[in-house]
Design a binder for this molecule. Structure first.
Ligand code: URP
Ligand code: ZN
Ligand code: ZN
Length: 469
């Protein structure tokens, strides 16, 4: 077979193996892996590089409404360009149902925003904020059949929180339809209580965001969500786990044989609540939920990673501009942390941070990096065996990594829509030098060379991980 592209001389890394071989690509798929593949129309020399499955980021927020006067800094074009620059070949953003609206309509609206805009493949999770009988009885089952096989629910945030009964009802539909539920585990009432007490005491700076939602609040909600999942007998993914307390709840559930999964993010291995203390509102740059904790929590997150408690490492990319009245420095945000929009940019820096802190510092193997950054995302959310590995018949979604390249993360080398990065000045070893999406080079040495509209909007299969025990 005539090859469109050959990648020669690199070291292939999958979640299980690491070996030297060439890769042959035709029609956007991997069709040959051999000591030497035949001549191709395009040849890439990968000598000295790791040839890894492109990153899949299964937790990304793009073009999501954020309340009056606040907007996200990325649309689908900039988010997917930024993701590609960071070695990713697929992102999974959310289609948010706003209360009082139809879930189906929300999905159509997001698809319209994304169509023709994406540089890499994109697949939507749903966010359910209004589980009416029509949503639970008709819309959700129909959407799962259409390939929207995962949804997120929230235990906090005024506009999104579900009460326990609603959580149970959503979990029940997930069990019956074999969809995977992602849960944001922080307790609404306890955060509200803490916020009011702090504000009354005049403690309103960004740092108090972290004080208002301590680990005990995340732990309680995680335990409650796990108990709900056990009662309904349905698998569940606890997203953006920040520290030891919630991690231990997930481990406890796993040891009891429950299909409870965990996700963590770069902020929880590199940032701490001290970062929120920056003078003059600088701390707002790090406000996200759950908040970063402390260095002991970071060590616990590494324990969770190395011991297999966490299956996925995502960015939770939720970018705002800092110097902007529609972002972190909105007028109300200066009066209290309560109004500082929650979220930080990170889709482009997720993989270099995990590679550097994990592989280069000897905490994890390159194979574990692939598992956490790509393979498990595909498996968990129904994209495997189409994506998430390097093998015959997989999409040719590939990132070439220079494992020894040293870089300093700086806003001016990034492609996101935000005007800052929380990791300004952070030094990493290991860097993605080329991203290939379905056989097409979309990023070459930091330059976006693909085009808007190349990325497809994907439906997904039911995942084995979502099937009940
Ligand atoms: O602060 C965060 N994490 N913002 C994004 C929304 C969410 O809860 O994932
Ligand atoms: Zn969340
Ligand atoms: Zn999120």
């Amino acid at each position: 077979m005539k090859l469109d592209l050959a990648i020669r001389g690199g070291t292939i890394v999958t979640a299980s193996d690491m070996y030297r071989a060439d890769i042959g690509i035709a029609g956007g798929q991997i069709v040959a892996i051999a000591n030497a593949v035949s001549a191709a129309d395009q040849e890439i020399d990968a000598t000295g590089l790791y040839v890894m499955p492109g990153g899949i980021d299964s937790h990304v927020h793009v073009s999501q409404p954020q309340g009056p006067g606040i907007i996200l800094a990325d649309d689908f074009a900039s988010a997917t360009a930024s993701a590609a620059a960071g070695g990713n070949t697929c992102i999974m953003p959310f289609a948010l149902q706003q209360r009082g609206t139809s879930l189906r309509q929300s999905v159509e609206d997001y698809r319209r925003l994304a169509e023709g805009e994406c540089h890499i493949d994109t697949s939507f999770h749903l966010i359910i904020s209004d589980p009416t009988p029509a949503v639970l009885g008709q819309e959700l089952p129909a959407l799962v059949k259409d390939g929207y096989t995962s949804f997120k629910v929230f235990m906090t945030y005024d506009d999104l929180v579900l009460n326990d009964r609603q959580l149970l009802e959503v979990l029940e539909v997930a069990r019956d339809e074999h969809a995977l539920v992602m849960v944001h585990c922080e307790g609404y009432d306890t955060i509200k209580f803490m916020t009011e007490r702090l504000e009354r005491a005049g403690k309103t700076e960004p740092y108090y965001h972290a004080v208002s939602r301590p680990e005990a609040i995340e732990r309680e909600a995680t335990h409650r969500a796990i108990s709900h999942a056990e009662l309904i007998d349905v698998p569940m993914m606890v997203v953006h786990v920040s520290g030891r307390e919630a991690m231990e709840q997930i481990r406890w559930a796993q040891q009891r044989g429950l299909k409870v999964y965990g996700e963590t993010c770069p902020q929880y291995i590199t940032l701490t609540a001290e970062d929120l203390k920056g003078l003059n509102m600088e701390g707002a740059k790090y406000v996200c939920s759950p908040p970063p904790r402390d260095t002991e929590s970071q060590a616990s997150i590494w324990d969770g990673i190395t011991q297999g408690v966490f299956q996925t490492f995502s960015s939770d990319h939720c970018p705002f501009r800092y110097h902007a009245t529609d972002g972190k420095l909105n007028e109300k945000g200066r009066t209290s942390f309560r109004w500082v929009p929650n979220g930080i940019p990170g889709v482009e820096t997720r993989l270099p941070i995990l590679f550097s802190e994990g592989v280069s510092k000897g905490r994890i193997t390159p194979q574990k990096f692939v598992e956490l950054s790509s393979t498990n995302h595909a498996k968990m959310y129904g994209l495997y065996p189409r994506k998430g590995s390097i093998g015959i018949g997989f999409d040719a979604d590939i990132a070439l990594w220079d494992p020894f390249r040293k870089e300093t993360i700086r806003q001016d080398i990034l492609h996101h829509g935000s005007d800052y990065t929380p990791w300004e000045g952070f030094e990493v070893t290991g860097w993605p030098v080329m991203t290939i999406a379905r056989g097409t080079v979309v990023m070459d040495d930091g330059k976006i060379v693909g085009s808007k509209g190349y990325g497809q909007i994907l439906s997904r299969d039911i995942s084995d991980y979502a099937k009940k025990r």
